[in-house]
Design a protein around this ligand. Structure first.
Ligand SMILES: [Zn+2]
Length: 302
């Protein structure tokens, strides 16, 4: 008994020592700012216990129409790295960097992704589709870019960042294979979905689904009555039942639209933002699994 107690006390002492060193390390964590919640999750995964992440556009937030507050500029000034999506997703970022006085590196996590274009939100023509993270094979590139940027900033952690990102790449590949199999089980002519804004271009191309969106590529512009009327006609003609709203945009439009077209709106999809912690999509992997599950249920009804 005495021996056992001794061992126990020794273990406790070791634990206390470890806890002490973790706390001491906490002060040395690299402060990193991520532009929006999905990137914040990726930085947390890759940075693990070496970084502290602050996210500008938090869970449920809409980065397309975000307006930075003075507190955001203050947080940015205290960061050592700013990680953005790029591809025009954060039209406010340059102004924020300038006004904050931040002089550190700004990296574009989507660097190297095969860029898609989509119909322009304003007027005719096309513009860059910013929603690269909707294809998990792109997120492999995001994760590696984040690991490389963190490694440059904190060379002592470079190997750890790389190991974390490669472990995560395996999870992304498993997610992708799972999603591909579930979607491939739906007959090709049933793979049609209506969402409120056109955020699924990369997802659609990768998984072979046709998405129709009344709101175009950004949430900045409301669709015209004519666009909505045309979409209603299309829903009826193609008998599309898979209609979804998004977590970060106003569902009113789609609710009205589905009423006029005589279809039921499916559950919320998480598109440009994670859910709040504890919600169904509080990490990128959970977000994708949630969306795939809901989309498959919807498409089966087409
Ligand atoms: Zn979007």
């Amino acid at each position: 008994m005495k021996q056992l107690l001794h061992t126990l006390l020794q273990s406790l002492a070791t634990l206390a020592f470890c806890a002490g060193s973790v706390t001491a390390f906490a002060a040395d964590k690299v402060p990193v700012m991520a532009s929006f919640s999905i990137l914040g999750d990726l930085v947390r995964v890759v940075g693990a216990d070496r970084v502290t992440v602050i996210t500008l556009v938090g869970p449920g937030g809409d980065a397309h129409v975000f307006e930075p507050k003075p507190a955001d500029a203050k947080n940015l000034l205290q960061s050592k790295l700013l990680i953005t999506n790029g591809l025009g997703f954060e039209p406010w970022v340059q102004k924020l960097v300038k006004s904050s006085g931040y002089k550190g590196p700004v990296i574009v996590a989507s660097q190297g992704v095969k860029v898609r274009s989509m119909l322009a939100a304003k007027g005719n023509g096309t513009e860059t589709d910013p929603h690269g993270w909707q294809d998990p094979t792109n997120v492999v590139i995001y994760a590696r870019n984040i690991a490389s940027a963190l490694g440059k900033l904190d060379p002592a952690g470079a190997a750890a960042y790389q190991a974390n990102s490669e472990a995560y790449v395996k999870e992304l590949q498993a997610l992708d294979a799972e999603a591909m199999a579930k979607i491939a089980a739906i007959p090709a002519d049933k793979r049609k979905v209506i969402t409120s804004h056109d955020a699924f271009g990369y997802f659609a191309a990768h998984y072979g689904i046709k998405f129709l969106a009344p709101q175009g590529g950004s949430t900045e512009v409301e669709p015209s009555a004519k666009q909505v009327a045309e979409l209603i006609k299309q829903i009826q003609k193609e008998r599309i039942k898979a209609v979804f709203v998004e977590n970060m945009s106003n569902p009113k439009l789609l609710t009205q639209l589905s009423k006029d077209a005589g279809v039921t709106v499916g559950p919320e999809l998480y598109v440009d933002a994670l859910s709040k912690a504890g919600g169904p999509a509080d990490s990128y992997l959970k977000l994708m699994r949630h969306n795939v599950t809901q989309l498959v249920v919807g498409m089966k009804q087409n």
